[in-house]
Write a protein that binds this ligand. Structure first.
Ligand SMILES: C[S@@+](CC[C@H](N)C(=O)[O-])C[C@H]1O[C@@H](n2cnc3c(N)ncnc32)[C@H](O)[C@@H]1O
Length: 252
């Protein structure tokens, strides 16, 4: 682990709040934690990570029913970072924060480049897998107090993570607080540039196991510009690569 991140984690880990010691399922059942991506219910996200299942379906929950699905490749999250992922790290000097890091492939990729890097995630299973693999990952919500507030040279919101919490402006506002004055936020956006949706989601696996309902959002690059402006950020540039679309945001 890079010395800079090791130093900030030392105090932070010692002061873990008590939720860090509760399994996610219990914390959510006790009403102590807000509903988050794929958690609760039959815990299909945790099961997919544990079993290296490949396919998860993100459903929209409406009027008690489930509508259109997006397919998510959970196998990619458990694999090594691919070339497209690696390109995101080009030009970053660190420290880098991966928000909603899952099992930590981007943290590993950053660490392998010698960057100081930290991942955060609310999923106990994802964090356990990452920590067991020797990665610098904390069980922490992006909305909680964070090491290096205002000091991150780079932050990542990839794999649909712009949807975290369902309120894109609130999430970007929080990211702006975390970024250093000249820091960059790298965001993966929807294939549809005008998409700007906020909805209640549920995650389902191939055998029909469902999570609890959680707030989620999807935005394309055009809609992202408005949310960014409201958060005090601006899009520096955007690019498409290998069927994915990314934007680089800086302080306005
Ligand atoms: C679409 S998955 C992305 C997976 C991940 N990027 C990977 O490489 O495995 C969303 C991730 O965001 C995490 N998440 C959801 N809400 C969060 C929050 N408030 N703070 C931090 N992470 C969160 C979920 O637990 C999940 O791991």
């Amino acid at each position: 682990m890079n010395a800079q991140v090791a130093h900030v984690l030392e105090g932070d880990i010692l002061e873990r709040d008590r939720l860090d010691n509760l399994p996610g399922e219990r914390a959510s059942a006790l009403g102590l934690a807000p509903a988050t991506f794929g958690a609760g219910g039959a815990e299909p996200y945790a099961a997919a990570l544990r079993n290296a299942d490949n396919v998860l379906y993100l459903r929209r929950s409406r009027d008690g029913g489930l509508t259109a699905a997006a397919t998510m490749d959970a196998g990619r999250w458990s694999a090594d970072a691919d070339d497209t992922d690696q390109r995101l790290l080009d030009g970053l000097t660190g420290p880098v924060l991966d928000i909603g890091c899952g099992p930590g492939r981007m943290v590993r990729a950053a660490m392998d480049r010698g960057l100081s890097a930290l991942g955060i995630d609310v999923s106990p299973t994802a964090v356990r897998i990452a920590v067991d693999a020797g990665l610098s990952v904390l069980k922490r919500s992006v909305f909680d107090p964070m090491p290096l507030e205002g000091g991150w040279a780079g932050a990542l919101l990839v794999d649909g993570n712009i949807g975290i919490g369902g309120d894109v402006t609130a999430l970007l506002t929080r990211c702006a607080e975390l970024l250093a004055p000249r820091g960059a936020l790298l965001v993966e956006v929807s294939h549809d540039p005008s998409r700007n949706e906020r909805y209640d989601g549920r995650l389902e696996d191939a055998s029909g196991l469902l999570s609890d309902v959680f707030p989620w959002a999807e935005v394309g690059v055009d809609a992202l510009a408005g949310h960014a402006a409201d958060a005090g950020l601006r899009i520096d540039h955007d690019w498409r690569l290998d069927g994915r679309w990314f934007a680089r945001l800086l302080h306005a």
